[in-house]
Design a protein around this ligand. Structure first.
Ligand code: AMP
Length: 221
């Protein structure tokens, strides 16, 4: 199954992606993670992308689309993938359909995880990420038992450069103006499942589990 996770920053896409990996063995393709890896490796693409990321803006489409097309040509996604953070606008959605079609593939299901914007600001500015294993915490909602270290691996917890309030608000504006139309692109195709992302992670996953089950049933019917 080929899935897309759509939702504003802070909707819990990363958390749900981890559950999807465990439950369905899907390969996670997260464009934000790919850019952060390029930034920390100091590649020319990473240095270019960082300018946009720090401002809360989208990296130009030609850079992102090329990167994702290359990634989805690799062997480990042949049996299914889960895109997280891509497509971020309708041009990227059209480009995705076009290059998947070349290899006889398509998107089966788009999970639209919706959350109230003010809750998102609270979630993002309090988020802390482990530098070593990428584990996610929140200073109020899910603090690490090891204080400012990761409870899983002992790595340092940090605030992402783009999780300060000013950049968070920019990212939410970009989401509303550019990414929400992606929902309108997929809805008429009958591929969209609306998920309430304000609930607890396990309750959110329950809705996702049902949506995947319904899609599998309709595809095998
Ligand atoms: P994320 O971790 O998904 O919130 O992404 C962090 C940042 O990476 C975004 O604010 C953008 O600057 C950049 N980015 C990630 N995915 C995309 C995309 N599909 N198109 C453009 N920029 C992206």
């Amino acid at each position: 199954m080929n899935l897309v996770l759509v939702g504003p920053p802070g909707a819990g896409k990363g958390t749900q992606a981890e559950k999807l990996i465990t439950e369905f063995g899907l390969t996670h393709v997260a464009t934000g993670d790919m850019f952060r890896a390029a930034v920390s490796n100091g590649t020319p693409m990473g240095l270019e992308a960082k300018k946009y990321m720090d401002a809360g803006k989208l990296v130009p489409d030609d850079v992102v689309v090329g990167m994702v097309e290359e990634r989805l040509a690799q062997d480990d996604v042949r049996d299914g993938f889960m895109l997280d953070g891509f497509p971020r606008n309708t041009h990227q959605a059209e480009a995705l359909d076009a290059f998947l079609e070349k290899s006889g593939r398509s998107i089966d299901l788009v999970l639209n995880i919706a959350v109230d914007p003010e809750l998102l600001v609270k979630r993002l500015t309090g988020r802390r990420v482990c530098r070593e294993c990428g584990g996610n915490y929140h200073v109020l909602f899910s603090p690490s038992e090891a204080g400012d270290k990761c409870a899983g691996c002992g790595g340092e917890l940090y605030l992402r450069d783009d999780d300060n309030e000013h950049t968070v608000r920019n990212r939410l504006d970009v989401y509303r103006n550019q990414t929400e139309p992606v929902i309108g692109y997929y809805r008429p195709l009958g591929k969209l499942a609306d998920i309430n992302g304000a609930l607890k992670p396990d309750e959110v996953f329950e809705q996702i589990f049902k949506a995947i089950g319904a899609t599998e049933e309709s595809e095998s019917a």
